[in-house]
Design a protein around this ligand. Structure first.
Ligand code: ZN
Length: 495
């Protein structure tokens, strides 16, 4: 008989070794003031009340020596007795386990209220350590330990299921409401670890439970599905109105949509708040970044043959909105008629440039004197309007020869992109002519006489701005690209 008892306890001793206890220290602190007989009595009491048997010699010595040495305290010893395979193999009911702990730690029978409270904790899935810890703090246990001259002590929580009461309650409810069974310790620890590590959030654990094979039969019907959602999310059954509502809803919506509605419901949100848990945070949407302007990516939009307020002002509106400049090669004799528009363009930072006084014919068909007349009269019109002379000119039709070059007295600006807007008078054609291949440093030829050209600008200017282009005047473009223009020279682009 003694041999059998000894075998049974070795597992307890081995368990004690595992948690880092060291054997017997002869110069112990407690030995001086504590009677070995009292400690023996406390250990034997543990054998009797927890393991329901007498102590064996070796086990008694082991526990007594460790208590005397201060290596363990009373709460440690009781925890290890309760967690021993010998006790666990008894498969005691939760109620019996609570009774035992009342007896061994509080030295009395459980009252009804206390019994219900602690049994509920065990039923929920917390370990015995929750009870041992609760009792270890009580005056009753401390008084009992004083009688035997040993430290009451306390227990450490080591399993995930004992570390966060709210999470344990939540996962436990997943088991009881969805799977209709009590949680097992390893399952609880598994899911609670996922929650604590934020690998999973509550709604995702519910997804896994409701989607499990174990749950499949219960949710085979829509009624079962709705019932399960109510219990899983809210911890109570569906009321008849709620049940009807969701069954109708399922007529036109998927189960995933219903699940999402429960996830986002106020009732679930309130329950999570009470438990200090949250749904998985939705990431803050990253705003679509504005295209970063590439330094030096510039284009010179130029408009000939105006001004003509109905069109010119629409273009100026867009340039104002997008913070850009353009060049207006004006016809001198038109300037007084549209003076306010010319002044507006000037005030917006646009360039007012020379496109002959009356645009009667190409300069190449004229004498040197006529060329000079055309250019100087236009210069005067511009100066009369904006208060300074222009810096550049564009020959009619882009046509020039050596006589023109020798007599215009200004740099001659031609173009690198010809939209042919005057010919097609089609906004899409004009826009495509630019957008198909805009290119840094290009000079674009247009005419601010046609509403289709203004229409095209409503597409082109926002799009080029989005692509990071700066809209600059011809003089700004030349300067930015490091060109120094000279009178009589022709320029097609500045790259
Ligand atoms: Zn022209």
């Amino acid at each position: 008989m003694r041999r059998l008892l000894f075998n049974a306890l070795t597992s307890v001793v081995a368990g004690a070794m595992l948690v880092g206890l060291t054997p017997i220290d002869c110069g112990s602190v407690l030995a001086d003031k504590t009677s070995e007989n009292d400690v023996n009595a406390f250990v034997e009491r543990g054998y009797d009340l927890i393991l329901d048997r007498e102590s064996d010699e070796e086990g008694l010595k082991y526990w007594t020596d460790n208590l005397l040495a201060g290596e363990i305290d009373a709460a440690d010893m009781i925890t290890m007795f309760v967690e021993s395979p010998e006790y666990q193999s008894k498969n005691a009911t939760n109620e019996d386990q609570v009774k035992v702990l009342y007896n061994v730690m509080l030295n009395r029978e459980a009252d009804e209220e206390g019994m219900a409270y602690w049994v509920d904790l065990l039923d929920t899935g917390f370990s015995h350590r929750m009870i041992v810890n609760g009792f270890a703090n009580s005056p009753e246990f401390n008084g009992l330990c004083d009688e035997y001259g040993i430290e009451a002590g306390m227990v450490n929580f080591v399993e995930p299921r004992d570390l966060n009461m709210n999470m344990t309650k939540f996962v436990s409810n997943c088991y009881t409401s969805v799977l209709e069974r009590k949680a097992d310790a390893s399952g609880l620890n598994f899911w609670i670890t996922k929650l604590m590590d934020q690998e999973l959030y509550p709604e995702e654990i519910l997804t896994d439970f409701i989607g499990s094979e174990e749950c499949a039969a219960k949710v085979a019907t829509d009624e079962g599905f709705v019932d399960t959602l109510y219990r899983a999310f809210f911890g109570h059954n569906a009321d008849p109105q709620g049940q009807d509502f969701w069954l109708n809803y399922l007529g036109e919506h998927s189960r995933d949509e219903v699940f999402a509605q429960f996830t986002l419901s106020e009732e679930f949100s309130n329950l999570l708040n009470e438990c200090q848990m949250t749904l998985r945070p939705t990431p803050t949407p990253t705003p679509t970044p504005e295209p970063t302007p590439v330094p030096g990516k510039m284009i010179a939009l130029t408009f000939d043959d105006g001004p003509y307020s109905p069109v010119t002002n629409r273009i100026l509106d867009l340039l104002e909105q997008y913070g850009g400049h353009a060049t207006f090669f004006v016809v001198g004799d038109r300037v007084p008629t549209y003076n306010s528009t010319v002044l507006r363009a000037e005030s917006l930072g646009c360039e007012i440039a020379n496109h002959t006084y009356d645009h009667k014919s190409t300069l190449t068909s004229m004498s040197a004197d006529s060329v000079v007349w055309e250019i100087s009269n236009c210069n005067q019109s511009i100066n009369n309007s904006v208060g300074h002379y222009p810096s550049i000119m564009r020959p009619v039709g882009g046509a020039y020869n050596s006589t023109v070059a020798a007599n215009v007295g200004l740099p001659m600006i031609i173009w690198s992109i010809d939209t042919q807007d005057w010919k097609y008078r089609d906004a899409t054609h004009t826009a495509n002519a630019i957008l198909n291949n805009p290119g840094d440093g290009n000079i674009v030829l247009m005419h601010d006489l046609y509403s289709s050209t203004a229409d095209a600008m409503e597409v082109v200017i926002p799009e080029l701005a989005r692509q990071g282009y700066q809209f600059v005047t011809v003089s700004e473009l030349a300067a930015a690209k490091g060109y120094s223009m000279s009178a009589g020279s022709a320029y097609y682009s500045f790259k």
